[in-house]
Design a protein around this ligand. Structure first.
Ligand code: NAD
Length: 245
């Protein structure tokens, strides 16, 4: 049995991961980490107090937690699946540094469909250099970061593969907000309980191509993260993502 610690266990994703682990024949829940300690559920709020036997950590928490979590995993030599988004350059560098010592799996989106969407966007960006590209993401009203990690990932794919030089723009507003040739614009919509929708629009003269993915349940991401945890425990140190899996 693979012994899993869940970081951010009291959150929406943490609970979904727990459900998937409990349903899965190869994994078992060992302990959790979150803001509030809960001895009944074996949830800690201080990394220094965790002395459990853990094979892998799955993290769906908050970017402010991730640096301490990396130190914890490095110190204890535990593989880390990092699903938290909104990671800045410093945190990403820390993850890369840590991957020299422990296996790290990081992606802004654990759904298989999004990874296929990424491939489609890559092809479209290569072929549609003279079209205007815009990324529109929609999420629930509790999401803290914007735009989503996935929107960035898709925009980066367009930027890398377009024959044009492109620059990010974040929505537009004002009397002088005309679209520029180099724009790759990301729009973040927030409302209700939308799980996650990502749409890439390529608009040309008299024709538009729209490629869209909608997640209908958060469990999609939990399944992906648990699969990544099982993959990661078989690996040596290194930085892994969905393509490796
Ligand atoms: N990579 C993916 O596929 C994917 C999919 C969904 C969500 N996410 C990301 O996962 C993260 C969590 O999403 P969610 O919807 O479960 O959010 P949430 O707000 O429901 O849960 C976050 C949890 O982290 C805990 N937390 C926050 N700050 C903390 C701190 N300082 N110390 C300890 N615990 C702390 C909160 O108490 C909460 O229980 C977000 O960054 C989200 O964008 C990633």
């Amino acid at each position: 049995m693979i012994k899993v610690m869940i970081s951010g266990i009291n959150g929406a994703m943490g609970r979904n991961v727990l459900e998937v682990i409990n349903e899965d024949k190869d994994t078992t829940y060992v302990c959790g980490f979150d803001k509030d300690e809960n001895k009944e559920e074996n949830i800690y709020n201080n990394f220094d107090n965790i002395n459990e036997d853990i094979d892998v950590v799955i993290d769906f928490s908050h970017f402010s937690v991730v640096n301490d979590l990396i130190s914890f995993c490095k110190k204890k030599n535990i593989p880390l699946v990092c699903a938290t988004t909104g990671l800045d350059e410093e945190i990403l560098n820390n993850l890369h540094d840590a991957s020299k010592d422990i296996p790290i799996f990081q992606t802004g989106n654990f759904s298989y469909g999004i990874n296929v969407l990424e491939k489609l966007v890559e092809t479209a960006a290569k072929l549609l250099g003279d079209f205007d590209a815009e990324v529109i993401e929609k999420h629930h009203n509790k999401k803290v970061d914007a735009p989503s990690g996935t929107a960035y990932m898709l925009a980066e794919k367009i930027k890398e593969n377009s024959p044009k030089e492109l620059e990010y723009k974040f929505s537009r507003y004002g009397k002088d907000a005309k679209r520029e040739e180099k724009d790759i614009t990301i729009h973040a919509v927030r409302g209700g309980s939308i799980v996650g929708t990502h749409e890439v629009l390529f608009a040309g003269a008299d024709q538009v191509i729209e490629i869209k993915h909608s997640a209908y349940s958060k469990k999609v991401f939990a399944y992906g993260a648990v699969k990544a945890a099982k993959f990661l425990v078989t690996k040596k140190n290194g930085y892994y993502n969905m393509k490796d899996m």
